[in-house]
Design a protein around this ligand. Structure first.
Ligand SMILES: [Zn+2]
Length: 305
């Protein structure tokens, strides 16, 4: 999955430190990140997705980004490290509308590109940084008294210097569930979303619910089905939607007739193992649950290293 970056190690220890020239700069505007094209031969590890025109797109270092933003270091906020590589955020406000040099090595890239970017630890760094940038952008002012918020000195939080209101990064718990009935898996497709391939029942945890309550409610709301024997599988930070996905298996309880939630889903049905498309990249927990059902959890665990 997107966070499975071993042997690389993600270190999210909170620190307030200034950047050095060889640290990495994540310049983010809305959900887009500035990447730099490099010679594939100079990539830190072999990259299968090298583009013949732009080379390998990667996260620029401060020594590189300063050619576009000379003062990038002055407003950089330390985010986290992966191995010895330290990543900083440079929040680009919409009103700044920076123009990157024509035909240059720098490009804005959005979440669709980041999702499939190599190496995966850089993709994970960029996606997690976009999540933090979106949170900071939406918490510029105190919701209680309107004062501009400041970085906490002791933890990853924004604090109001006037009234003390504290805002933590936005992480919303959500469940995703593979509902099974013998050799069949319940899969869905969403209406009006760009993501057209198969999905599983999923949804945000509501107030007052356990994860299991959410599983029961979401399966009932989306498909009209009852489930039993809910079993935790794995979880996944999914920065694209500020979500912590909590994955489960569950078994159909009783009638298998689906009543579709028409305004959200365009399709839902029972599929045998043979009918489930392969997705060995397993970026998402959704794909991993589907592959775990199709091929068994042991095989999937092995494929995942
Ligand atoms: Zn306040």
């Amino acid at each position: 999955m997107i966070q499975d970056i071993a042997p690389h190690v993600f270190d999210n220890t909170y620190q307030i430190i200034p950047p050095r020239n060889d640290d990495y700069a994540l310049c983010i505007r809305k959900s887009e990140v500035i990447l730099i094209g490099r010679d594939p031969a100079a990539a830190p590890e072999p990259v299968p997705s090298a583009d013949p025109e732009t080379g390998v797109l990667g996260i620029p270092m401060f020594s590189e980004i300063r050619t576009v933003f000379p003062h990038a270091g002055e407003r950089a906020v330390y985010l986290f490290a992966i191995d010895e590589k330290r990543y900083f955020l440079i929040d680009i406000r919409e009103e700044e509308n920076p123009v990157l040099p024509e035909g240059g090595r720098f490009l804005w890239k959005g979440s669709k590109f980041l999702r499939a970017m190599d190496p995966q630890y850089e993709a994970f760094a960029a996606i997690t940084a976009v999540q933090l940038a979106r949170w900071r952008e939406s918490r510029r002012f105190c919701g209680h008294c309107g004062t501009p918020l400041e970085d906490s000195l002791k933890e990853r939080a924004l604090v109001c210097p006037k009234c003390g209101q504290t805002e933590y990064p936005k992480i919303s718990p959500a469940i995703i569930v593979a509902v099974t009935d013998g050799d069949r898996l319940l899969m869905t497709r969403y209406r009006g979303r760009s993501y057209k391939s198969y999905a599983l029942v999923a949804g945000f945890v509501e107030i007052g619910e356990t994860f299991e309550d959410t599983v029961h409610r979401e399966v009932m709301e989306e498909t009209g089905l009852k489930v039993k024997n809910i079993r935790y599988y794995e979880s996944q930070p999914w920065g694209f939607s500020d979500t912590e996905m909590v994955g489960f298996f569950a078994e159909l309880d009783g009638d298998d007739r689906i009543t579709l939630e028409e305004d959200e889903l365009s399709e839902a049905g029972w599929y045998t193992r043979d009918e489930i498309p392969d997705d060995w990249r397993m970026t998402s927990i959704s794909a991993k649950l589907r592959m775990a059902f199709k091929y068994g959890e042991k095989r999937v665990a092995k494929e995942n290293g």
